[in-house]
Design a binder for this molecule. Sequence first.
Ligand code: KG4
Ligand code: ZN
Length: 336
Amino acid sequence: MLVLGIESSCDETGVALYDTERGLIADQLHSQMAMHAEYGGVVPELASRDHIRRVRPLTDACLAEAGVSLQDIDAIAYTQGPGLGGALLVGASYANALAYGLGKPVIAVHHLEGHLLSPLLAEQRPDFPFLALLVSGGHTQIMAVRGVGQYEILGETLDDAAGEAFDKTAKLLGLPYPGGPLLSRLAEEGDPTRFELPRPMLHSANLDMSFSGLKTAVLMLSKQVEAEHGSIDEQARKDICRAFQEAIVEVLVSKCIKALKQTGMQRIVVAGGVGANKQLRAALDDATRRRQYQVFYPPLKLCTDNGAMIAFAGAMRLKYATPAGGFTVKPRWELS
Ligand code: KG4
Ligand code: ZN
């Protein structure tokens, strides 16, 4: 079974081919990051237009990479939501037109299900059931995954997503878009002992989180450093980045361990853009190793948005669950 996957929910056009026998046989991606950088964030109209420009050449590149033709494809999976309405419509229209022309089924995939199942594309794959820490620009949730299509939200952020907190904090520190990855690179050179920021909801009994207060705390800290030294020099900025990252990582890791203890599960997977964060990975590796839990990650390049996870989730739905079809988009859509 050969599934073409199309991702266009935000600022990445991803097209990939997943073969249930051979695995991922083609994976093509175009990031619009450079285009949006000029505006300091994603401009939805520009995103939609660029998806239109890219999706067909990327499909051709996929077919060439895998050495197959359109007629070899058995089903077409696309991201139906959540995401930017116009951007999603490009992928939905393209996938449905292609499926109609080829007389093949179309599979509507939830973007977060794509992220959630992406660790199964790694060499080291977890068995079901497992816990998932989903940390992206739009979502931060801890979920119980009992099988394909069997998801339960155990805890989530009450305000900003972790990636959003990274991006907003980066912006207020004057870092260029996209701020999250850059903030984390600066944090690596920062002193973890110089500043201390609060750990919101660290000791709350439940698995919910809150990150919006952290950026306010960073703003206050920056003002304090500026008042004391006249300006924020490079090292101080790195130290503030480090303090922010220390706080967010500690909260995420502590909630993961709490979730493992509460559910009695043995495995946790990390998915979504913030899952690329090195300090988060190191801290989770350490915390799980000490308690004899197992942690799994998607391959680094599949942490952020991509077509491979959509092709894969589509193939899993075909195999293990009832795949939803349809020609529509769902900009807001809870995964359940
Ligand atoms: O999963 P993703 O590509 O898109 C969404 O579905 O949201 O995640 C993007 C988010 C952005 O907020 C970005 O700043 C964050 O992931 N991100 C990181 C890192 N790489 C990407 N945050 C912290 N450290 C990183 N290394
Ligand atoms: Zn995503």
